[in-house]
Every structure is written in structure tokens, then in C-alpha cells.
Design a protein around this ligand. Structure first.
Ligand SMILES: Cc1cc2nc3c(=O)[nH]c(=O)nc-3n(C[C@H](O)[C@H](O)[C@H](O)COP(=O)(O)OP(=O)(O)OC[C@H]3O[C@@H](n4cnc5c(N)ncnc54)[C@H](O)[C@@H]3O)c2cc1C
Length: 439
């Protein structure tokens, strides 16, 4: 039987696994990468530390991808965390799990992971061609036949489309795969940014808040204008992907607890990134507000009591100094402004109404979310090749024989935590293996 000729388009996490595995299976494999080297996004992932997977159970893992997660069972059954860590280990990459379950290379750098995958490809004889931007896949008689770059045309028995998403285009992921797949008849579900900071409309307030970072804030996104949430009590539990199936009730869109930082345009930080996709989707049909509980560990009742006690005890002190013991000093100015408390007011001059406004500002600081930021700045692209047009057991297209998909080009995205990379690695492995099989 003649050797199967497999072309992998794109040398990211998914493409490198696909190429290495197809070659290991005995195929003659060429990886075409448009940039000057493969793995550019991998190199910057996890702040260049590369959070490559997570210690969660399989079902817990699947829940992190929302409704589309079930599609991944097939790939995870073939190649999951243990297989990934074993493969990396065989190329000298030791890993360690942090207390929250995220798994990183022990050496603390993504470069070691990229290097290991390059060695995996080299060992199995993959031909890597860089600076090769593919613009078309030729299909004849319902089967892939050829892959075209500006300079060349390469005959192929099987093609793995591993071009990634359309965010961080400087890494090479410019959405080409979506255009090629659509050209072959595939449906591309709506592309939108996931894991991206949010813009806020309160520019006046933000001017003074830029750079303030807050720890362990509870953040609720609500499908209404900020003026309409006057009596809204912050939810007690987080809701969102992978949080035990707790689905938020309207007007709540999502609630997350974590760190955040104010920027000149809005807010960023882990809690914000995690809820950004749900917020972006909601913005299509409704105004969205953010309510922040700056001290989720204290009930409103307890905070009110503690503030009053402090005001009584230190009547001649400026309220600013009293609040600085509870919250970062720079946010106090904003809270006082919202509560109508002047900068020079002493604790014994605060009225009951002002104290109530201050408690509300701390327990439910409100902002209005502005337009979504551009897709280019998102960590992940949500949307992609529609999953019911792809066989989950082989990752072969149901429309074009010999065409396989892996990684972010598929309609798969997840929360932060190593889930996006594990999906790319696992689908890459399965796509490469399937592409190399006879047939
Ligand atoms: C800043 C940042 C940090 C991240 N951190 C993490 C993290 O710590 N953990 C995690 O799980 N996920 C993380 N992610 C997400 C994760 O990196 C991606 O989901 C994952 O790398 C996708 O892999 P991929 O192989 O599908 O695509 P990519 O890695 O995007 O690779 C696609 C490749 O295809 C090439 N290509 C595109 N078009 C063509 C073409 N026409 N011809 C030839 N080649 C082409 C590109 O140049 C690129 O090399 C992060 C993302 C970003 C942006």
C-alpha cells in the first residue's frame, strides 16, 4: 500500500500534534506554517508560562467548554492529560499542578513545550515549511486533492486544517481557516471574542480609577441598565461554565469572583475575562451592567455595623482614612464621590443617608458595559467550524472526504485554566491519527 500524504495547515499547538502523530503513524507529512516559525501563540500563552492543561476530572473538564464540550469526548478518550504529560515528559518537559488545578511546565516557560513539540515532529520525520501561507484547498470528486500556497501546490491524500482562531493575528492566527472551510461548504458559527477585557461607559469615573487593582471581588453581569438594579442583591454563588450547572436567573447573566483591574477603557483581570463571552453575547440584545461587590466576605449588614462603629470611635478622623483600612486607598475617592461624601468630611459628619450610599457603593458598585472590544485582542475566538459537520470520533469533515479539523478553528472555546490548549492538543492528536489511517 502506498504511503499516505498528509498536509497539515498551521503549526500551532493543534497542528504540531497532528503532524507529529500522523508521521508517527507512518504517513508522509508536511506542515505548512505561514509565520517564520511554528508555535508563536503557544510561546505567549499563560504569560509565556503556558498553562497547558488542568487537573480537573474528565466531566469537570468537559463542562468548561459550555454546550459544545460533549464533542470533545472522542478526542479526550484517545489523548487526554495523562497522554499529553507523558509525551512532553518523554522530551524532557516536567510539569507541575498548582493548587487551583492549573498545570504548567515546571521550568516555567512555554518555550520548552514548543521545543518539545518541534522535536516530536522532527523525530517522526515531519517536513516543516515556514513562511508558507495556504490560501486554498482543492477538492476533486468530493475528496481533498491539493493545497495551494502563493508559491506552490502540494498534492494531498488528507489535509488537517489547524489554522487556529482569528485573535492575536500577530501570532499568525488571522482567520484564514474559517474562510477556507466556508469555501468548501462548511458553516462557520458566529465568531466573537472570548476571554477579553470589557469596556465601561463611565469614562469620567475611570479617569481616576485607571490602574486600581482589587482582589477577590464578586462581579455580577446583569441584563439591564445600571439604574434599573437599585434593589439588586448580589448573588451569593458564582455562576458560569463548569460551576456545577448553576445557571443564572435573569437579569443575572453571569457572576464570578476574582481579581480585577481598572484600565483607561474599562476593566480586565481573571473575573472579567471569564464572563466576557456571556456579556458579549448578551450585548446583542440588551444593555448590560456590571455590579461589583468589593467586599464579598462581609454582608451589607455587617459592613454597615462596622462602618458605624468606626465612625463613632474615630469621629474626628477623615472618613478617607477609615475606609483605607478596608479597601485600596485610591478607590475611596470614587466611592465617596458616588455616595456624595466630600473629600474633607470627618467621620462624625457623615449622615445616615451618606453611610447607606457608601455601603451600597461598596456592596454593589455599578457600571454600564460599552461595546465589545475587537476580536483581535481576545485570548480565544468563540465560534468556528460547526461541530455537527465534523465527525467527533475522527475529526473528519462530513462534507469533504480527507479534510480534518483541530484546535481553535473548530467551534470550541473554554474558560481559562489550560482547557483551550488541551482541546487543541487532543483534537490535534486525533485529527493527525485519523488523517494517517488508510481510507
Ligand atoms: C495571550 C494568550 C494567552 C493564552 N494562554 C493560554 C493558556 O495559558 N492556556 C490555554 O489553554 N490557552 C491559552 N490561550 C489560548 C490557546 O493559546 C489557543 O487556544 C491555542 O493555542 C490554539 O491552538 P491552535 O493550534 O488551534 O491555533 P494557533 O496556536 O493559533 O495556531 C494556528 C497556526 O496556524 C497558522 N496559520 C494560520 N493561517 C495559516 C495559513 N493560511 N497558512 C499556513 N499557516 C497558517 C498560524 O500562523 C499559527 O501558527 C492563550 C491565548 C492567548 C492569545
Amino acid at each position: 500500500m502506498s504511503v499516505k500524504r498528509v498536509i497539515v495547515i498551521g503549526g500551532g499547538a493543534g497542528g504540531m500534534l497532528a503532524a507529529g502523530r500522523a508521521a508517527e503513524m507512518g504517513a508522509q507529512v508536511t506542515l505548512l506554517e505561514k509565520m517564520e516559525r511554528p508555535g508563536k501563540k503557544l510561546l505567549i500563552s499563560g504569560n509565556a508560562r503556558c498553562n497547558l492543561t488542568n487537573a480537573r476530572s474528565l466531566d469537570g473538564f468537559i463542562s468548561m467548554y459550555g454546550g459544545n464540550g460533549k464533542f470533545l469526548y472522542g478526542a479526550f478518550q484517545r489523548f487526554f492529560r495523562a497522554e499529553l504529560l507523558k509525551l512532553l515528559g518523554s522530551y524532557g518537559v516536567k510539569t507541575l499542578a498548582e493548587a487551583d488545578g492549573r498545570i504548567f511546565p515546571a521550568a516555567g516557560n512555554a518555550a520548552g513545550v514548543a521545543h518539545a513539540l518541534e522535536r516530536y515532529m522532527a523525530k517522526n520525520g515531519v517536513e516543516v515549511v515556514t513562511g508558507a501561507s495556504v490560501h486554498a484547498i482543492e477538492v476533486r470528486g468530493g475528496r481533498v486533492a491539493e493545497v495551494k500556497t502563493a508559491a506552490d501546490a502540494c498534492a494531498a491524500d488528507a489535509v488537517v486544517l489547524a489554522t487556529g482562531g482569528a485573535s492575536y493575528p500577530q501570532t499568525g492566527s488571522t482567520g484564514d481557516g474559517y474562510r477556507m472551510a466556508a469555501g468548501l461548504g462548511h458553516t462557520i458559527t458566529r465568531l466573537r471574542p472570548a476571554l477579553i477585557p470589557l469596556t465601561l461607559k463611565e469614562q469620567g469615573l475611570l479617569e481616576n480609577m485607571q490602574g486600581i487593582s482589587l482582589h477577590n471581588v464578586r462581579l455580577a453581569a446583569l441584563a439591564c441598565a445600571s439604574d434599573d438594579i437599585k434593589d439588586y442583591a448580589m448573588p451569593k454563588n458564582d455562576s458560569g461554565r463548569g460551576l456545577g450547572g448553576r445557571s443564572p436567573r435573569p437579569p443575572l447573566i453571569e457572576c464570578r469572583t476574582g481579581d480585577l483591574i481598572f484600565t483607561h477603557y474599562g476593566v480586565s483581570g481573571p473575573a472579567v475575562l471569564l464572563m466576557s463571552l456571556a456579556v458579549t453575547d448578551a450585548l446583542e440584545s440588551t444593555p448590560v451592567s456590571l455590579a461589583m461587590d468589593l467586599l464579598p466576605g462581609k454582608t451589607g449588614h455587617r459592613l454597615r455595623h462596622e462602618l458605624q462603629e468606626a465612625f463613632d470611635r474615630h469621629g474626628s478622623r477623615h472618613v478617607h482614612n477609615i475606609l483605607a483600612e478596608l479597601l485600596p486607598g485610591r478607590i475611596a475617592g470614587t466611592l465617596f464621590h458616588i455616595a456624595g461624601i466630600g473629600p474633607q468630611i470627618k467621620a462624625n459628619q457623615v449622615t445616615a443617608l451618606q453611610r447607606e450610599s457608601l455601603v451600597t457603593a461598596i456592596k454593589s458598585l455599578r457600571f454600564t458595559v460599552g461595546r465589545p472590544r475587537p476580536l483581535a485582542g481576545a485570548m480565544v475566538t468563540a465560534g468556528g467550524v460547526r461541530l455537527d459537520e465534523v465527525d467527533p470520533h475522527t475529526l473528519q469533515s462530513k462534507l469533504v472526504k480527507g479534510l480534518y479539523f483541530c484546535g481553535e478553528v473548530l467551534d470550541i472555546d473554554a474558560d481559562t485554566g489550560g482547557f483551550n490548549l488541551q482541546a487543541a492538543f487532543s483534537t490535534g492528536w486525533l485529527a493527525g491519527e485519523s488523517a494517517a489511517l488508510p481510507g
